[in-house]
Design a binder for this molecule. Structure first.
Ligand code: PLP
Length: 374
């Protein structure tokens, strides 16, 4: 699907410049229609369990296709935090193989979850970034033969720094550690191939570059690993026989991580949004977004804005952060001009998607410069 056709699917572009895909992607008409379909099926037929369970299966398959996995290596959950927590309940820790490594550029929920695990909380090491980036040498140092799991974000949610997942996988596997990737800021804008990249576990939600709404997240666990894990965060939908009370038997593969009734309305949205991303082609989307990212950085710097994170587009994603002295005021001023951006700490994040244009980037940067100077 070409860019112009894709853009036409988003009603908001007629009135707003939406540059906040790192927070909440814009709502497409087909996704909005899918939400209506769920609601209408309840209004019109009263109950829709069979249809919705099929939709869950279709959505799992689409996400699996997106990341180059098998459908039974994917579980559908409600949030990324749920997915990481479920993993934390069942990692097979042993004496001398019990350390958890994560980074200070992980989304805070990663730290919260590991620090809440009694078995791991005293065996954690956090890799400190340098200017919001993590050179590979820091992984060489921090990950040891005692590391059970290394958790990394694909893209830094604060400044758009993109990590070389394949290279990190090589290091952590050499030390015998599992690799878990939080791909929430990458999925939908960067091609992900879990097998080729050497990812053991991956988590991602749907409301950012995957263009869904809150309520759906995915957990990928490679098959032979999933088969060994026994999540203690569980429920009837994780078992082969949901109505059998005694001796529950886990589903094969990663579906064992599913728990209770999913947020069906969000599943309808996710399924349609994934279809759009697959039709657009993540390779095409990435190629287009590299151009917009380059434009945002070059034009922003030319206008005197101060970039956070790497200048080199090879090392970053479509999430461009400019330092701002008063982020709330800047966001408000931009919003008054119908420009939606996302403030975080001391930066304004501009996060274009395939529905944006170069003219929108120029306009947003111009207005940000004005906001900075008021
Ligand atoms: C990279 C990343 N990971 C995790 C999360 C948290 O996801 P959830 O609210 O689904 O647990 C976010 C939310 O913004 C995020 O950006």
């Amino acid at each position: 699907m070409n860019q112009e056709y894709f853009r036409d699917l988003f009603p908001i572009v007629a009135t707003h410049i939406h540059l906040a895909a790192c927070s909440q992607g814009a709502l497409a008409k087909p996704v909005s229609d899918a939400i209506d379909r769920y609601k209408n099926s309840l209004l019109e037929s009263g109950t829709n369990w069979g249809e919705t369970i099929k939709k869950v299966a279709e959505t799992r398959e689409k996400f699996a296709q997106l990341i180059g996995a098998e459908a039974d290596e994917v579980a559908l959950l409600c949030s990324v935090s749920d997915a990481i927590s479920a993993i934390a309940t069942c990692l097979p820790s042993e004496k001398n193989k019990n350390k958890i490594v994560f980074t200070d550029i992980d989304f805070p929920t990663v730290s919260h979850i590991w620090l809440r695990q009694e078995v791991f909380k005293n065996d954690i090491s956090v890799i400190g970034s340098i200017d919001g980036e993590i050179p590979l040498e820091l992984y060489e140092k921090a990950v040891t033969h005692e590391t059970l799991l290394t958790s990394v974000p694909h893209v830094n949610y604060y400044n758009g720094f993109k990590q070389d997942i394949g290279a990190i996988a090589e290091i952590v596997h050499r030390k015998g550690s599992l690799l878990m990737v939080d791909a929430y800021q990458a999925a939908g804008q960067i091609p992900i191939k879990v097998k080729e990249m050497g990812i053991d576990i991956l988590v991602a939600g749907t409301r950012k570059y995957l263009l869904g709404i809150p309520g759906v997240a995915f957990l990928y666990v490679k098959k032979d690993l999933a088969q060994k894990l026994k999540p203690r965060a569980t429920g009837w939908l994780g078992q082969v026989s949901p109505f059998e009370i005694n001796n529950p038997v886990f589903h094969d593969g990663t579906r064992r991580f599913e728990t209770g009734t999913p947020a069906f309305i969000s599943v309808y949205a996710a399924c349609e949004a994934l279809k759009m991303i697959l039709d657009g082609g993540v390779g095409n989307i990435e190629e287009y977004l590299i151009k917009l990212t380059k434009l945002a950085i070059e034009y922003g710097q030319e206008k005197g804005l101060n970039l956070a994170g790497p200048e080199d587009v090879e090392k970053r994603a479509s999430l461009i952060s400019f330092f701002s002295e008063n982020i709330s005021k800047a966001e408000e001023l931009l919003r008054s001009k119908n420009i939606i951006v996302s403030p975080r700490k001391d930066v304004i994040r501009i996060a274009p998607h395939y529905y944006n244009t170069g003219d929108e980037i120029i306009k947003a940067v111009d207005e940000l410069v004005i906001a900075q100077n008021i």
